[in-house]
Design a protein around this ligand. Structure first.
Ligand code: SF4
Length: 193
């Protein structure tokens, strides 16, 4: 049981509903989209067995894994998740919503990038929807998205710097549509990974 892993690191979740929580990030290689604002290097990777990954993450005093990418659902299946679950890990996924998430995931953060209306056929419920937004872009009605505990607007940053125009645009939208909340990429603001 192998996965192509781009990187593994220990940090805090910077954004969304779990912001501020310590988490082990496992970034899987490959994505099925090519978003213009993508700032993630997910291209390369090393093939690792689940046991090798377990050994690496065992040094961290934390039981939350965030599977991210790229698009982690391309590789990640229940057979992988079951092994980590057996060892007591809780597992979150960050997905773009273009594919079904495996059922053993404990927390789904869906960050839609396109074709918003089709997402709920694949993901009927997400713990959070986190929509990246650039100033001036139309923001679809909230009912188009899957049912979720929280709906976040995430202003697109300029690499690791906040874009105040995007942030102000999101803030104004939230004031008019308070079902949404603002989510900033705080890990970039405080310059941690
Ligand atoms: S879905 Fe995410 S990782 Fe993939 S290209 Fe878009 S922003 Fe980058």
């Amino acid at each position: 049981m192998k996965l192509t892993v781009n990187e593994i690191f220990y940090s805090l979740q910077g954004e969304g509903g779990r912001a501020g929580e310590a988490s082990i990030f496992i970034r899987l290689a490959m994505c099925n989209l090519t978003c213009s604002f993508c700032d993630t290097d997910f291209a390369g990777g090393e093939e690792m067995s689940v046991d090798e990954i377990l050994k690496i993450i065992s040094v961290y005093p934390c039981k939350w894994i965030i599977w991210t990418g790229g698009e982690p659902t391309i590789q990640l299946k229940n057979k992988h998740l079951a092994v980590f679950r057996e060892r007591g890990y809780k597992q979150a996924i960050e997905t773009n919503g273009t594919r079904r998430a495996p059922s053993l995931i404990d927390y789904i953060a869906c960050s839609p990038k396109q074709d918003y209306g089709a997402i709920k056929k694949r993901i009927p419920f997400a713990n959070e929807i986190r929509l990246p937004v650039q100033a001036g872009e139309p923001i679809p009605d909230i009912s188009l998205f899957p049912e979720a505990d929280n709906y976040f607007l995430s202003p697109v940053f300029d690499a690791d710097k906040i874009n105040f125009e995007n942030a102000a645009y999101c803030a104004e939208f939230v004031k008019k549509h308070p079902q949404w909340r603002l989510s900033l990429q705080t890990h970039k603001l405080i310059r941690i990974k």
